[in-house]
Design a protein around this ligand. Structure first.
Ligand SMILES: Cc1ncc(COP(=O)(O)O)c(C=O)c1O
Length: 395
């Protein structure tokens, strides 16, 4: 019977990890990973998380089911941390298994609406959006966001592309530390984009994955706050995987702002979609997040650890720019110092990218995404020299 199963595509990040594992060389470097790593290549459990987990072990009285939309207190605490007083009971909120499930629940909802709005995305963007939207059966299209060879955001082209959108369509954008480009819009560009969305009757869908990795957690919530205050209808998806380092514990949430007449229906729709898919969200990760956010001492400890992760990534970016300057006296990679978060795209053609792996043992995600957080001090000159070597014109 299973002979009829189709040939599913493999995620490029998984392909990258497989190629790395198969590379027989010992001097190889894996820049494909999608998580924070310290200078030793490790992703340690934060101390604030350990403390919260101990508290939970001592105090948790039951592990019975929660509501299908999860723990209302978790959603309220997280909603307040994200958008302050703008988050109130008028929002439809659901605890989800990380960000991917929040995205999927929304994708299902949009696909099931009779109007079937088109989801407009940035190109390039997070590699799992298309699989999620496709699996849900949602309609989607994209607009250019970033040109890797020119190393810049194609803002005007993005706005031009959106002129094809119809009122009621949705624009799926990222909060901070854009994955995979590392290139975030300026506050002025965000304002101009929101003006354009409003003028065209488009609904913003903001996906937040790296809060606290560009600026402070509070600063990184700015776009979510602007959108929440300004739009009558909007969608926020959040994952806490990165900001709390709890990737496998699956903490996330979906927040939907609706007109009051639609709220109860949207709530029932979200509940029904959750029931027929993930059913109940896992609670350990979300309980850890709630415990930390409700305890000022743990909050301060977590923010300190988040600041340290952000500072390390920023320091690696500065070191890359400095190393290039010291070795070559040029600024081909200077843009890396202006970007934020763990990811950036190398300005390489497909052939140069293949040569980087073949000749220098440096593995990147197809399309040139590198995780700068993975780079230790010894790796930095290795990467800089290799990128320059593959970019050099062949004599
Ligand atoms: C932009 C973006 N959104 C959502 C996610 C999904 O996060 P999670 O693993 O918590 O589902 C990621 C993870 O890499 C991401 O980069």
């Amino acid at each position: 019977m299973f002979e009829t199963v189709g040939d599913y595509p493999v995620d490029p990040i998984m392909i990258g990890a497989e190629y790395f594992a198969q590379d027989p060389r010992s001097d190889k470097l894996n820049l494909t990973v999608g998580i924070y790593q310290d200078a030793h290549g490790e992703t340690p459990v934060l101390q604030a998380v350990k403390r919260a987990e101990r508290q939970l072990v001592e105090t948790q009285k039951t592990k019975s089911y929660l509501a299908l939309t999860g723990d209302a207190e978790y959603c309220a605490v997280l909603g307040r941390a994200l958008i302050g007083a703008a988050h109130d009971a008028t929002w439809v909120s659901a605890q989800t298994a990380g960000g991917a499930v929040a995205l999927r629940v929304m994708a299902d909802l949009l696909a099931q609406m009779p109007a079937r709005p088109t989801v407009w995305m940035q190109r390039p963007t997070y590699g799992n959006y298309v699989p999620i939207l496709s699996a849900a059966g949602a309609r989607f299209a994209d607009v250019p966001y970033y040109d890797p060879l020119r190393r810049e955001i194609t803002f005007e082209q993005m706005l031009d592309g959106l002129s094809a959108a119809r009122p009621g369509d949705v624009f799926l954008m990222q909060g901070v530390c854009h994955n995979p480009t590392g290139a975030d819009m300026t506050p002025e560009q965000i304002e101009a984009l929101l003006d354009a969305l409003e003028a065209r009757g488009l609904v913003p869908w903001l996906d937040l994955a790296y809060l606290g990795f560009a600026g402070s957690f509070e600063e990184d919530c700015a776009t979510a706050r602007l959108i929440a205050e300004r739009f009558e209808e909007c969608i926020l998806c959040i994952t806490l995987s990165k900001s709390f380092g709890i990737y496998r514990d699956r903490a996330g949430a979906l927040f939907v702002k609706t007109r009051s007449a639609d709220r109860a229906r949207v709530h029932r729709a979200v509940t029904a979609i959750v029931r027929s898919s993930a059913s109940h969200a896992p609670d350990h990760g979300p309980s850890v997040v709630r415990t930390i956010l409700q305890d000022p001492e743990l909050t301060a400890m977590w923010l300190g650890e988040l600041d340290a992760m952000r500072a390390r990534v920023a320091q690696v970016r500065t070191a890359l720019v400095q190393a290039e300057h010291d070795i070559f006296g040029t600024g081909e990679l200077a843009y890396l110092g202006q970007q934020a978060g763990m990811f950036s795209l190398l300005p390489l053609t497909d052939a140069q990218e293949a040569a980087l792996t073949r000749e220098y043992g440096i593995h990147v995600v197809k399309g040139g995404r590198v995780n700068v957080a993975r780079l230790g001090p010894g790796d930095i000159p290795w990467l800089v020299k290799a990128v320059h070597a593959v970019m050099a014109p062949v004599a």
